[in-house]
Design a protein around this ligand. Sequence first.
Ligand code: NAD
Length: 422
Amino acid sequence: MSVFKSAMSQLKSAAEAMNLEPAIEEILKRPQRAIEFSLPLKMDSGETKVFEAYRVQYNNARGPYKGGIRFHPQTSLDEVKALAFWMTIKCAVVNIPYGGAKGGIKLDPKNLSWRELELLSRNYIRALRSDIGPFQDVPAPDVNTNAKIMGWMADEYGALQGKYEPAVITGKPMALGGSAGREMATGAGGFYILAEILKKLKKDPKKTTVAIQGIGNVGYWFAQAVMKAGLKIIAISDSQGAIFDKRGLGMDPDHVMETKKSKGLLAGCYCSGTVCDCKNYQSISNEKMLELPCDVLVPAALENQITDKNAGKIKAKIILELANGPVAPEADKKLNKSGTLVVPDVLANAGGVVGSYLEWVQNLYGYSWTEKEVLEKIKEKMLCALQSVWCVKETNKIDMRTAAFSLAISRIAEAIKGRGWV
Ligand code: NAD
């Protein structure tokens, strides 16, 4: 299934709902630039392998291109184009001065050594050196990339420029100009949105059950916030399976992560342990996990997890999209019809890019904010965006995704017109 096609069908729905000028829709139907390149790498074995790589710069009407880099065996140009489009929308939903971009390398990082990963990360930046920059295009981490990798990339860019420029990349280690709170920003931001929606729906957080698909960076920090606030986590999964405890007692994200790490082998920078190593819970399949009766289902792994096939079996009342594109458009229609509230990715997971924006601002101005200051600023941005999206949704009696897209597209359209492109 083409992820970009799904993204374009979301654009079409929003364009119809807001009666968008055709010229603006034409601009938003395609990326401004899509760079597809190959990276040869001499492996530890002496053999040379060639990796496919991408950077899509979707739209920069509102500011520099912004978006993460993912390392994944299934990454493709089609997927990166969709993710870059969603970044354009997301930055406009939370009203930060960025356009949208995304990048990726097609590989399974668990099969590479530290040395191989570092060389490949540096080669990626070398290939893109004239296409990125603090006011041009600012990458960040995404699936299977982390602060360590961003550190190598920032260092490589600095070496090529002859001076270290931290604002070229976000999600860096603290010692290299990273920001306090950036690592937890997406999960924490998602939680601020959920807590506010529960308030709007007059639901008691203490009686709210949550199932989380994907306990990576985003899922873990979201689980932490959920635990602290007293909601019940009843299931957690990773790529190898899921664990379940309907009482929701004692499903402690730290315990799960520690067991995953201690039982797993370390390959490259990655833990290959699994939540299934935890003993005190019932093991279930990934498919069954998505269908559990719960109040909130949180897909925090990859795109296209809830499709036409399983949408009818979803029992959650709220779906909080922390992953990008986890609900396919046909599934979205079914869920909206059945009364499930789908909180779209372009709002729910925008805490990450707001955290990145705050890191960029600190780098440009030489500021150093505390974790508390950063999280407060993220919360303010997220709640302000939620308020605006909710207002569009209620006024026009439309679903939340269409409302978020309409709001974002109207802001992008204003910038496009202001620049005189239309
Ligand atoms: P990650 O690599 O740290 O974690 C991904 C997790 O998903 C891993 O635990 C993996 O085992 C699990 N997973 C993969 N396939 C699965 C499956 N079929 N079922 C269950 N679990 C599965 O990645 P991340 O940074 O946490 O990103 C997760 C999602 O959030 C992605 O869609 C990403 O684009 C999106 N996102 C991330 C950020 C960020 O700041 N990292 C920001 C916005 C959006």
